[in-house]
Write a protein that binds this ligand. Structure first.
Ligand SMILES: Nc1ncnc2c1ncn2[C@@H]1O[C@H](COP(=O)(O)OP(=O)(O)OP(=O)(O)O)[C@@H](O)[C@H]1O
Length: 322
């Protein structure tokens, strides 16, 4: 892909194996080609063990590949000198799945957020407090909380701290490795909305690793489907989810009933819109979220953007009543 910020070609990675008993190793990635353009969000989906996290780490240069190359802004990570590597490193960051595990419980969060800035010597000490304040505001936290320890925050707040820490060095590329899967369902949407907003504001390129296919569909421009370390299918998110070409992608989507095109209910009119003439779905799959659950409304579904303030809720019953 021309103009890609991050581009991997023929990426393979194996773990272990060999030794006296010549045990076979694990081939985590096999000849993966993938590219992420500036400002683009690429989703990586696949079942557990398919190589998603390994791919993320290889793209960040946190793991060396067994074969293949990774280029960041045209620079080959493998052949970068120490000084070049340091300069590249601050331009790419990661948000981990487990915000608690990725924070040091004995250090105040403000100091941890500023780690990257200190390591890379990015700002004079006098300006760091100001930057910290800005970062905390950016992720929706109160700057007055900078002196607290990780255990004094909720799970969602801790993930916001992890995001602030990743943003501190002003990266252009962010790998988000299952960033919300360790969070309460009610909090997941807020953190996803934050990521989407930050990506828009900062023009971040994003590699978004997730099991949650609906979220990937909402957030990502393109999606790569991994299976046993190989990319089975890759393409624009909307197209891939609407008309998956590969049988494995179809199987993956079928395992997520909400996304299987054959099982998806017809489009539900938004509040105030006249009900669709198409036959309404027979049951409310989101009944717990439905404000009219007691009534016989057919469905309330998040339409197009199922998170944060951009959530659009539709309800046949409400449309009839409006
Ligand atoms: N450091 C390691 N040492 C040995 N094997 C590893 C290592 N890291 C990953 N693997 C193996 O490589 C394969 C791919 O792992 P990876 O974590 O990339 O998958 P994943 O798709 O991210 O899985 P999950 O969704 O469960 O996180 C797995 O079989 C895993 O056991």
């Amino acid at each position: 892909m021309t103009g890609a910020l991050v581009e991997a070609t023929g990426l393979s990675r194996s773990f272990g194996g060999g030794g006296l008993l010549r045990r076979p190793g694990v081939q985590a990635l096999r000849g993966v080609d993938i590219a992420v353009a500036r400002g683009e969000a690429v989703g990586v989906v696949g079942e557990s063990g398919s190589g998603k996290s390994t791919l993320g780490r290889l793209l960040l240069g946190l793991l060396p590949p067994s074969a293949g190359t990774v280029r960041f802004d045209g620079q080959d990570l493998q052949s970068a000198s120490r000084a070049e590597w340091r300069r590249l490193r601050r331009r790419m960051q990661i948000v981990f799945q487990d915000p608690f595990g990725s924070l040091d419980p004995r250090r105040r969060v403000g100091a941890q957020i500023l780690d990257g800035i200190a390591i890379h010597g990015l700002l004079p000490a006098a300006k760091r407090a100001r930057r910290l304040e800005e970062l905390l505001r950016q992720v929706g936290l109160d700057p007055a909380q900078a002196g607290r320890f990780p255990h004094e925050f909720s799970g969602g707040q801790r993930q916001r701290i992890g995001i602030a820490r990743a943003l501190a060095t002003g990266p252009e590329f962010l790998v988000a490795d299952e960033p919300v899967s360790a969070l309460d369902v009610s909090i997941q949407a807020q953190v996803m909305a934050l990521l989407a907003e930050l990506r828009r504001q900062l023009g971040l390129a994003l590699l978004f690793i997730s099991h949650d296919l609906p979220v990937v569909r909402q957030l990502c421009d393109r999606v790569a489907v991994l299976y046993l370390g190989r990319v089975m299918e890759e393409g624009p998110a909307e197209l891939l989810f609407r008309a998956p070409a590969h049988p494995y992608t179809r199987a993956l989507l079928s395992a997520t009933p909400r996304l299987d095109p054959r099982q998806r209910p017809p489009r539900i009119p938004l509040l105030g819109e006249p009900p669709s003439p198409a036959s309404p779905p027979s049951g409310c799959v989101f009944r717990t979220r439905c404000p009219h659950a007691a009534a016989d409304c057919a469905a309330v579904v998040p339409v197009l953007q199922p998170f944060g303030e951009s959530r659009r809720v539709a309800c046949l019953r409400a449309a009839e009543l409006a």
